[in-house]
Design a protein around this ligand. Structure first.
Ligand code: CP3
Length: 342
């Protein structure tokens, strides 16, 4: 069905001679082409809501970087907005919600996201699929329930997310109500993305790392389980960033792929995540190094994951000031690597 379906094969558990690669935030400010397209929109949100522009930047990394998958250009904050909490994106500062969940009565006002709330994402997926012409698969995504809860109760980015965690400790009952509403919205959203053409979906749990094993098992795993059990149409990737303590529980879920940040040793992850395809886990800052160092470290990573189904990626998104040529080099190194044990 695809000219290149290495990513879907790996996600389904195949080990092939060639390793697929894509990069989180590959559609982003590292590409001058992205910055040019972005300048046509009034602001970030208008950009996300314009299916023509969103599809255009979704395709760019496939053509420019030669990655083995496209990821739909959008943002995890589409769901909070769809549930009744609009946001703005402040230059250099990140997201800001003028209204966020502060009181018990705010929970009743939260809507379950409906197709018409985020139809622009579905239109962008359909356009991107058309333009991809089956060259590579398209990744759909959502924030994971806890990470969306974190933004919806904090109202902005944070280093500690202590306001969000206060809900978990002080009002666990209400926290579960909020997480359930978010989960229902995510399931609806991902099913719509799949129907529009997404071939695989990733759940970004970017703030897993501020929790611990007990909180993760109580407030994340039950909701991730509902999502994994509901999404049977395509493979599911979970990215519990900085959540080493989460990996044993994530292994029990029916997700196909677990994405890893750079703070975990590949051998530890392989041991904890038997039966899963692994994705990651280069430090994005490696791409500030000289070419020789990038080559040595990337090959070391590819070799470390050589015993399992594997998708090469970074351990988090590309930073805007990384040189595009270094990103290309990373992709080329993965493509010229051949596994000897298959
Ligand atoms: O290429 C891709 O990976 C697809 C597009 C994508 C974006 N955001 C575009 C974006 C994806 C998958 C996301 C996910 C996302 N958004 C996450 C999870 C991944 C992670 O980084 O942990 C989170 C936490 C967000 C929320 C968010 N969006 C923040 C905190 C920010 C500001 C920080 C920043 O990088 O500027 C954004 C903005 C954003 N989302 C940009 C892009 C390309 C940069 C804005 C711009 O172009 O001006």
């Amino acid at each position: 069905m695809y000219q290149n379906d290495l990513l879907l094969k790996a996600a389904r558990g195949e080990k092939n001679k060639h390793i697929p690669v894509w990069l989180m935030r590959q559609a982003g400010r590292v590409l001058p082409e992205y910055r040019f397209t972005r300048s046509k929109a009034k602001n970030f949100i208008e950009f996300v809501k314009n299916p023509d522009l969103a599809a255009e930047v979704t395709i760019q990394p496939v053509e420019i970087l030669k990655v083995d998958a496209a990821i739909i250009f959008s943002d995890i904050l589409v769901i909070p907005e769809s549930m009744g909490l609009p946001y703005s994106m402040q230059e250099e500062k990140g997201p800001y919600f003028p209204k966020f969940i502060q009181h018990e009565q705010d929970i009743q006002h939260l809507r379950i996201a409906q197709t018409e709330d985020y139809v622009y994402v579905l239109n962008a997926i359909q356009l991107a699929k058309k333009q991809l012409q089956n060259r590579v698969p398209l990744i759909g995504f959502s924030g994971a329930p806890w990470t969306l809860f974190a933004y919806m109760t904090e109202g902005k980015g944070s280093k500690t997310f202590s306001t969000a965690k206060k809900w978990l400790y002080a009002r666990p009952d209400l926290s579960h109500q909020i997480l359930q509403k978010i989960t229902n919205s995510i399931i609806h959203y991902l099913k719509d993305q799949i129907q529009a053409g997404a071939d695989i979906v990733q759940l970004f749990d970017s703030w897993a790392g501020v929790l611990n094993k007990d909180l993760y098992n109580r407030f994340c795993i039950p909701y991730l389980k509902q999502i994994c059990d509901a999404i049977t149409e395509v493979p599911v990737i979970i990215f519990p960033k900085d959540g080493h303590f989460a990996l044993e529980s994530v292994q029990q879920l029916s997700c196909n792929v677990v994405s890893l940040d750079w703070t975990i040793e590949p051998s530890t992850a392989i041991h904890l995540l038997k039966g899963k395809c692994l994705q990651g886990n280069a430090d994005p800052c490696l791409l500030y190094a000289d070419d020789k160092t990038i080559e040595q470290e990337t090959i070391k990573m590819l070799q470390a994951f050589s015993s399992v189904p594997y998708i090469a990626n970074l351990g988090h998104g590309l930073y805007p000031d990384i040189n595009k040529e270094k990103v290309k080099l990373f992709v080329d190194i993965v493509h010229s690597f051949e596994r000897s044990n298959v």
